[in-house]
Design a protein around this ligand. Sequence first.
Ligand code: SF4
Length: 717
Amino acid sequence: MQERGNQIKTTCCYCGVGCGVVVSKHPGGRLTVEGDKDHPSNRGLLCSKGMNLHYTVMDGSDRLLYPHMRLNRSMPLQRVSWDQALDRTAAVFRSIIQKHGPEAVGFYVSGQCLTEEYYLINKLIKGFIGSNNIDTNSRLCMSSAVVGYKLTLGEDTVPVCYDDIESADVFLVEGANPAWCHPIIWRRIEARKQANPAVRIICVDPRRTDTARSSDLHLPIRPGTDVVLNNAIGRLLTEFNYLNESFITAHTAGFAAFREQVMQRTVAEAAELCGVPAADIETAAHWIGQSKGFLSLWTMGLNQSVIGVNKNLSLINLHLITGRIGKPGNGPFSLTGQPNAMGGREVGGLANMLPGHREVINPQHRAEVEAFWQGPVKLAATPGLTATEMFDALAADRLKAIWIVNTNPMVSLPDVNAAEEALRKSRFVVVQDISNRADTVRFADVVLPAAGWLEKEGTMTNAERRITYLPKALEAPGEALPDVEIIWRFARKMGFGDAFPYTTAGQVYDEYTQLTKGTNIDITGVNYGVLQRARSIQWPYPAASSVPERGTARLFTDNRFYTPTQRATIHAVPDGNASEPTDEDFPLILTTGRIRDQWHTMTKTGRVTKLTQHIPQPMLQIHPDDARSRGIREGQLVTVSGRRGEVRVKAQLTDDVRPGLCFLPMHWGKLVQGNGVSALLENLNRANNLTSALIDPRSKEPDFKFAAIQVTPYRKK
Ligand code: SF4
């Protein structure tokens, strides 16, 4: 059972590690949180964010409590009833759809949505409104991994599980800083290393992060050269005879083209391009080649790139040529940043996907979903607008109405000044959120207050395909409603009541699980009762099957992949980068990322004093040589300028970044200052003022890790 006495077992609502937590309710309403010792993902551990989770439960002045709306943006928002807010929204949506077609409306959702919410919004817009314009902020963090898995393994499937950490002996952590961003996974890796000193950790990152500091080998490559490095390691694995020839022959395709590609560049050339010693690349190749368990882990450093898919392919190649997949301790492991990014992928909460990992462009997949939903429209055959495309379409007035659910794009989108301008000019904006700290609220025509963590029930899936049930433990304040109820109420206002008859989230979940029948992510055996008994289950978990009690820990144990031939595909990956060039005006490269104690745009963590103490203000990390040549001192206010905007922050001189590289945290925004950062900064602390609008052509994921900038001492104009 999830609830015993005054204790509730649930899941952390921050990152994709998906730690189990026990929340205790004390007299007077006080809450405390501890790690759930029985949860297999974290075994009782919590990181600093998890330990302060109870502060996430908001009932303060920053909480959205009642629906609000206004008839035009020059008016203040006025409190209204739920019926008034949803009637108006439905009327505006109907009018726009009638005049401009269903492609003129869209939903922009979040990896923080529960699976039921994701599913229902997807059903509404794709199956009943007739538009594929639903995309998610997860597009900004993992869509390159989705495409990478699909192109190699045949489907978006993470083949490994956290228990593989305890049987791996070489970890390749590339473009990730789990010591700060996935701390519980990192603690498991550290424990593995402590138990077996022969374990080797390789960290590939242009920055000397805490992960890099604790690794046996740090390869501080130049930004954008990941494919060059991976291809060089691939070449060396080939030359040093570490290939698994029988696996390659029996279970893969594409090796000949791969070999031809990696042989085009010598290791010395690769080392020169990457800016790391050739001997270190050789060491990495030997460690990987000689390992019994080879686990690679990656996040945004690979995914958030204009060549993000290529970076993913080149890394997964290393597993396929050595046969290091489908066995304990082996496999490519894309870590997810948000708590339910995986659940969103399952229900097809992306502009190009349908539930059960089906695809919009596949006629059979569309027919299956149409038959199941029995909506009034045929499913649109072309993918809808992705995250950044949605805001481009708003700017061009092709998209007339946008409904933003539990995300804060005015801080998190790349080239955010352009996105802000698009939102300002847009015809109709609905914001559904828990907090008025979200910068997006000030652009809203209708504001809908949502229930938060502990205030609603549902499910989430973490990075290892583990589904956990989250019970409702508290009443939402004011008139806030569970997101799933907001959507089914709206669907009824739109005239789709017959298909949205739900009264509980469990009914929505039961419907969704039946739609996975026959797919590779079949979870027809899962329901809330099963989840409450097992505590968590890893998909697939078909009904009446012989899968273990807690589901399927590891995929591809039989070496049969999800491609039509059941062979995994090894790719020949060109190693060029396509990021915006640096030049005399903007000679430095900016990379953005997270800090240890903050999460996303700080709408939750920014209100927790303990979490703002670690790094209270945004800062630009710059190499001392680059600072000296610009006359910049430690702690000095600097202007960071780029082709799209400007940021003003204090400089932190450190050789943790390579010469030519700067780092800026991505959390701070215009309204959410965090711990009283002063108006001195004039709200110019938003990293995405500088980032590039370039996207990977296949995954549509933005190039957050590479923007051309200049840094100068701040001077009053
Ligand atoms: Fe929460 Fe992630 Fe920390 Fe676990 S590692 S407690 S899921 S933030």
